[in-house]
Design a protein around this ligand. Sequence first.
Ligand code: GLY
Length: 399
Amino acid sequence: MIKQKKIKAPIVLLLIILTFCVGCKDASPENKEETIEQDTVLKYSDRFSYLLEYPLDSLAFPRSTDGNGSIKKVPSKDWTSGFFTGSLWLIYKMTQDERYSDKAKEWTAFIEKEKYNDKTHDMGFKVFCSFGNGYKITNDESYKKIIIESAQTLATRYNDTVKSIRSWDFNKEEWQFPVIIDNMMNLELLFEASTYSGDGKYYEIAEQHAKTTLKNHFRNNNSSYHVVDYDTITGDVRSKVTHQGFRNESSWARGQAWGLYGYAMAYRYTKNIKFLEQSKKIASFLMNHVNLPEDAIPYWDFDAPNIPSEPRDASAAAIIASGLIELYEYTGDKKYLDFSDRIMSNLSSMKYVIQNESNIPFILSHSTGNWPKNDEINGPISYADYYFLEAVLRKENLK
Ligand code: GLY
C-alpha cells in the first residue's frame, strides 16, 4: 500500500540547515543576516516535491536546464540518468515518505538496460546511484543481480596492459585509451559487486585502476589532469590533457572533487593507505587554494581566466562536501568536517537553493557542466543535487 504522507519540504530543509549549522561560522545563530537568509529559504523552498511531481518518462531523465530555463531531458544511456533517480532514493531516506521510494523504483527500472551498455565507463554513475541506493534500501535481490551484471559489463573495458578501465570511446583520431579522473567514481560499483558476487575480479580491477590513476593523473601539487591518454601496446602515457577544464595544466574544479571523493571511497574498500593520503592531499590543495571564494563554492576551474567573474560549480562543492565527510570518518580530523559544514551551509542558502517560483525538478543552482562547450553554465544540474543530498545523509549518519 502506498502511504500518501504529505512531504514537508520546508521541514526537511530546516533539518538540512540545522544539520550544517553546528560548528559553522557562516550559519551560526549569532549571524543574524545568515539566519534571515535561511528563513527565507524555508519560506520559499518546496524543491523535493518538484522532483516527485516530474512526469515519469523513460526517455526524459531531467539532467539540467538550458539557458532559457527549460529542462534538458536525457535517456537512460546518458551518464547522468542515475542522479535524479538516486536523489529520489535519498529523499526517501530523509523523509521516509513512500511516494519517493515508489517513484524511485519506477525511474530505476528504466535504467536496467544500461547493464549491457559497454560503450561507456559511466556504469557506476548510472547503475550504482540508482540500483545501488535502491538495493541498500529495499534489499531487492533483483537489484543486486543487476549491479553484478553491470560490473561484468564495466569490467570488459579494463585493459591489462594499461592497467585501467577505458573511459571514453570518442575522439579516436586523437586518443588511444583515454582515462579521466571522473572514472574513479565508477569503482564503487565494482567494489560492491565483488562483495555481492564473491568474485574478487571486480575488486582487483578497481584497485588496480585506482593505483594507475594515482601514478599518472596527479601533478606535484596534488591537483589532477582531467584526461590521461595511454598507448594500448606499451601501456605508456601518451598525453595529459583536459576536456572540460580551462586548459591542460589548469585544475578543473569537478575533476579535483571526483579525485578527493574517489580516493576516500577507494580507501573504504581497500584500506590502502596511499589512497587515503591522496584524498587528504587533494583536500589540502582545494581547501587552501588562493582562488577558492569565501563561501567555499569553487569557480568551475581553479585557474579560470576571469576570477572572480567566473561561474561557480555547486556540483563540485557538493561532491567535495560529501567526500570530506568520509575523509573525516577515517582521519578524525575535524578540519574536514568543518569545511564540509561550511560548504553545505552556504549551498543551503538562498543564493544556491532554487526558489519556489520555479517548478523545475532540481534543488541547487549555480553548477557548471562543460564550460569549454558553453554547455550547462551556472545552472541546476542533477548531480549537484545528488551529492548535496548524500552529504546531508552522511552528516546525519555521523550522529
Ligand atoms: N564527465 C563527468 C563530469 O562532467 O563531471
